[in-house]
Design a protein around this ligand. Structure first.
Ligand SMILES: *Cc1c(COP(=O)(O)O)cnc(C)c1O
Length: 412
């Protein structure tokens, strides 16, 4: 059969073959991968979770092995309200403001389904978290990328874009502004407090919704904690996406959308069609974990692990790349990523073949750029390789850059 003839428009528009191709690269034996943004398994509290899992299956099987409501575990909602109070300083949340999803990715997909269509416009940072971008694209909206700077998106450009849309009578087509303000994936940068405030002023001026994706906020190594957009503006203006994936374990697949009751109900309706409900078992494990342990203090160990790895990578980059002209990166204050940009002319997707030869892997910038054109940047994640491999990996990367650069006449 020609299965292609069966595809819907959605099916036809799915084009993630490049991602699959890249994953194959990462699986080469002996390769050092700076590719995946996945946490270090040593940070997972496996003993604690194993103990709780046994208990909740044995003692609460009537709940944990049963169907759940689409909105999710109300015990977990109680715990999350306390948790959000600690993390975001908000204390007026109710169950009706919360929907649990299968990771934040499902939340992103629900937002796409409920808010976007062909006529819609959505605004993202450029570079953008590519799995969110891929989800938005399935609805075929117009996606406008706003350049990301070392302290967050360029708000002058944003204002300009919005002004033009407004003059063209299209401002009501703008469904949301998507942002990852803390330790951006892939860029590693954090939005300054000034920009957070100004972004909210702009959103208020044009009456726009902000979609704040905050998987990394708790993974701060140093510097001052900044209030989230959600903390500053509340859930009328800001839809907050939070997840346990980077701070507890992605294996539980627990994400949370926090927002106004009306939208949350709509997302719940959409979720019911997608999967009826998220796993009761996982949610109850997380609820009991939060009851018993203070996740924030439990994270100290993970933060130390990642901070050390970050330091090692940044130092290795300084050692290896100081003699490669126009190479730049920002030392992230938290999170899992360094965004390395080479001088113009480098195409990091093409260069990946050189990196493969050397046995090192990264994610080419092209995947994260809104226009999907060749990019001289790459995302390096330091979370997974052991410390000594990070140093070795950066050395290999340098070799690949030199070989590619010389071959292309970009370096002498
Ligand atoms: C990892 C990540 C997510 C999604 O994680 P889930 O495992 O689906 O919760 C969402 N947004 C960003 C920016 C991420 O880096």
């Amino acid at each position: 059969m020609n299965y292609k003839e069966l595809y819907s428009d959605f099916g036809k528009n799915l084009n993630l073959s490049i991602v699959k191709e890249l994953l194959k690269f990462a699986a080469i034996p002996g390769a050092i991968s700076f590719g995946g943004g996945v946490p270090d398994p040593e940070t997972f509290p496996r003993k604690e979770l194993a103990e709780i899992a046994k208990e909740v299956i044995e003692n609460e099987y009537y709940y944990t092995l049963q169907y759940n409501s689409t909105e999710g575990d109300s015990l977990l909602a109680d715990q999350m309200i306390k948790f959000f109070k600690k993390v975001y300083g908000v204390d007026n949340l109710k169950h009706e403001n919360i929907l649990f999803t299968n990771g934040s990715q499902q939340a992103i997909d629900l937002v796409t389904r409920v808010l976007l269509d062909k006529e819609s416009i959505c605004i993202v940072e450029n570079p953008v978290y590519f799995v969110a971008f891929a989800s938005f694209k399935t609805a075929l909206p117009t996606i406008i990328g706003i350049p990301l700077e070392d302290d967050g998106m360029n708000l002058d450009v944003l204002e300009n874009v919005l002004q033009n849309l407004d003059m063209g009578g299209k401002i009501k087509k703008v469904k949301f502004i998507y942002t990852v303000p803390n330790f951006h994936n892939p860029a590693g940068v954090t939005m300054s407090l000034e920009k957070r405030k100004r972004l909210l002023e702009i959103a208020a001026k044009y009456d726009l919704l902000i979609l704040e994706d905050d998987p990394y906020g708790l993974l701060r190594f140093e510097g001052k904690h900044l209030p989230s957009l959600f903390s500053l503006a509340g859930c009328e203006r800001v839809l907050l996406l939070n997840t346990f994936s980077k701070v507890l374990t992605p294996g539980l697949r627990i994400g949370t959308i926090v927002g106004p009751k009306e939208l949350i109900e709509k997302f719940a309706d959409a979720k019911q069609i997608v999967d009826l409900c998220s796993p009761s078992l996982n949610q109850r494990i997380a609820a009991r974990y939060l009851q018993r342990y203070d996740l924030i203090s439990q994270l100290e160990n993970a933060i130390q692990i990642y901070k050390r790895k970050r330091d090692i990578m940044v130092e290795a980059l300084a050692n290896e790349f100081s003699d490669i002209p126009n190479t730049r990166w920002v030392k992230p204050e938290g999170g899992l990523f360094v965004w390395l940009t080479l001088s113009e002319g480098f195409d990091t997707l093409e260069m990946l073949h050189f990196a493969k030869e050397k046995g090192v892997f990264y994610v080419p910038g092209q995947l994260f750029t809104v226009d999907e054109k060749p990019s001289s940047s790459m995302r390096l994640s330091y979370c997974l390789p052991p410390e000594e491999k990070i140093i070795e990996g950066v050395k290999r990367l340098k070799q690949a850059v030199v070989e590619y650069g010389v071959k292309k006449g970009l370096l002498r």
